[in-house]
Every structure is written in C-alpha cells, then in structure tokens.
Design a binder for this molecule. Sequence first.
Ligand code: UT7
Length: 326
Amino acid sequence: MAVGILSVGSYIPERRMSNDELPKSLDTSDEWIRSHTGIGNRHIASDTETTSYMASEASKDALSRAGLDSDDIDSIIVATITPDYKDIPASANLVQRDLAITNAGSFDIKAACTGFVYGLELGRGLILGGTAARVLVIGSEKLSAIMNWNDRRTAVLFGDGAGAAVLGQTDEGRGIQDSILRTDGSGAEFLYMPSGGTATPVDYTKNHEEQGCLTMDGQKVYNFAVRVNTEIVSELMVRNDLSQEDVDFIVPHQANYRIIAAAAKRANIPMEKYYLNMEEFANTSSASIPLALAEMDKKGMLKRGMKILTVGFGGGLTYGGNYIIW
Ligand code: UT7
C-alpha cells in the first residue's frame, strides 16, 4: 500500500513583525538579521491564537483542500515544542475537541524542528499498520511565548504559525517513499528550555526571563545543522537511487539561509532546488516544513509525480528527512 500527503494547509497569525521593529527594544538591526539569517519578518500569535487554535485552523484548511470532513480522520499527531499545556493534555487532544473529530486517537510529539518529518513517518506507520485510514499531521508553534525578548541571540530568529497535512492511501508509485529519523542527544543542551521540567522545576519567585527561556548555542547548532543537512539529503538520494536532476525540490527546515547555502554547496546542489520562505516567517520550528509545503501548493508549484525531499534539524538534537513523490 502507498501512503502519501492528500493535502496541506496552513495558518499564519495576522500580526506581522518586521526586523525594523526589533531595534526599539534590542541592540540589533535589520542589516544584521538579514545578513546573518535571511530573515526579514515573523508573524506573532495573539493571546487567543494558541498552538492548538493555529493547529486546528491549519487542519481545517488542509481538510477543505482535500474535500474531507473531520469524521474522515482517525488519528491526530501534533508536532510541537510549545503545547498549550506543558505536560497534559496534548495539544492534539484540543484539536480533536475543537474539530469534533469523533473516534480518533491523538498525541503530541516533541522532536523540535524535525517534528513534522517524524510526524509524517509516524502517520505513515499508523496507516500501513492498519490502525488508521487517514491521519492529520500538524506542526504548530507559538515560539514567541517561550522566548526571552531581551535576548538578541534568540529573539530575532523565531516566529509563530502552523501547517497541516492529511495523510492517506495514494496510488502505487506515489507518496512517502522513505524517511530517516535520527537524534544526537549529546547536543541536548545546545538548544533547550532549561527550566519548567522536573530537572529544574518552576521557581515561582523568579520571572519568565530569570527562569530561563529558550536557550541556544547558535554556533554549535549552526555547525551541526550544516553537517546533517548535507548528510540527510545525500543519504536519501543514495538510498533511493536519485540523481540531482531527479529531485524537483528540497524543502528544508527554515532556520537560516546561510545554513542551507552552506549545505547546498557541500552537497553540490543548486540553491534553486531549495524552497525558502524564512524571509517572511522566520524559524517556526516544527511548523516550518508544512508551512513551506502549503505555500508551494497554493502557488501551484507542486505537481503530481514530483520528487521532493524534506530535511529537518534542530533541538534535541534531532534531524531527519523524507522522500516524497507528490
Ligand atoms: O531551528 C533550530 C535550529 N537553529 C538553528 O539552526 C540556528 C543555528 N545558528 C545560527 O543560525 C547562527 O549561529 C545565529 C544566527 C544564531 C548567529 O549567527 P552567527 O553568524 O553565528 O553569529 P555569532 O553568534 O557568531 O555572533 C556574531 C556577533 C556577536 O558579537 P561579537 O561577540 O562578535 O561582538 C554576537 O553578539 O553578532 C552578535 N549578535 C548580534 N548582533 C546584532 C548576535 N545576535 C545578534 C543580533 N543582532 N540579533
């Protein structure tokens, strides 16, 4: 049986924050942010735009684009590091409630910027195993809520949004052909939330920033990201006997233009093959790949039979990719 993406959808918060707004409160500039990352804007969720709300809206978009109803879904997977509630319940459960998807199971996965890559493979497994016929795989993030807005090393990099895909049976010769899911836990503290878990419980005498917000060793993550980007793309091509000409698009996690350019150079792949939209949305972690796919689909760029590689990398340190025939 072949399992593939039947449709994709997205939700972007209306509030758009350009780089020019950031120097009002931070020692930074549009010139620094653009030249070091390729980011020009980000979208910031309001109080009512929670992770589950954005996930539900992106799912409604994906369902309507597939001509399906809530009741056509058997499983819901939300990839997020910014769930509505820290431990329980899963944000996927709130999507189940809000979309009134009866008889579906739901759970969250926490694989940071590789979350959607992991989600696609888990969803495929549920369908191949006979547990589900159709699965909603969603990447949704409200990163603005966990950042230290006084820390220029992280505050300028991230944004909010959600992307969703409906997975189901497709014609033979199409769909998700292969996935690589990896972790290098030795770098777990290179990108992490130091407090709020059982290692360092919430200290109610301290404010949000003092507790420790999203913390990153940018250089270490940068070097890891370039290395694994090259590794995953090359391995997916070798494993599936793909030449560079065979691949129509590579859809990478949208963290930094320079990471993608360096990886493309190492793998000797032209930059035109990579789809990039971090200029508009910044780094939205697990939402970035489905947001890019939804944008490409809405622009009419994705045609049946196209060969697409995704590649994710980020906190954990997780990394991986999927090979999809659209
Ligand atoms: O999605 C998860 C994966 N995350 C990533 O892939 C992020 C990986 N890392 C990166 O993309 C880059 O390392 C950064 C964009 C985070 C940083 O870029 P960089 O070229 O590695 O800069 P740097 O850390 O080497 O800093 C260079 C200088 C420093 O000043 P000094 O020490 O040379 O005086 C920083 O303090 O730039 C300074 N700096 C800034 N200046 C203006 C750092 N952030 C800023 C800023 N505005 N926002």
